[in-house]
Design a protein around this ligand. Sequence first.
Ligand code: 5GP
Ligand code: ZN
Length: 143
Amino acid sequence: MKNCIFCKIVAGEIPSVKIYEDELVLAFLDIAPINYGHILVIPKEHHTSSATIPENISGRMMTIGARLGVAAKRSLDLEGFNLHLADGACAGQVVPHAHLHVIPRGVEDGFHWGWRQKKYENDAQRDGIAEKIKAKFKLAPTE
Ligand code: 5GP
Ligand code: ZN
């Protein structure tokens, strides 16, 4: 896609430090890492949303992401990793080409996600939300 920074990286028009590449996905170092070794795994074809990526490609992204997470933690002598994907600007997506973050994590790396956890008001409210989501769910790719 024209003017997409990650499509330009796929095309080699913008340089990147590549970690892994196959016919479906590309993995390269994030330019501004949360921790050193922070990797982005992207589909080679352009998708703004993770929900439109065909299953074989999103499956490859997930598999490669997890295995790169293991490679990163072992090679950098760390203890774990996060896989993170932001879909939509309000969720923190800045680059509109879907991407999976692979973030190596150490026990004392000083990074915190800042989780906020709510409580459902009651069982009926909770179950109503579950029903709404189930009614809209489609297995096919969807925006
Ligand atoms: P988002 O906030 O959209 O989930 O993450 C976008 C990520 O892309 C950010 O972590 C940012 O540092 C990274 N990024 C943005 N532009 C470039 C670039 O030109 N090269 C690389 N390697 N990473 C980039
Ligand atoms: Zn793109």
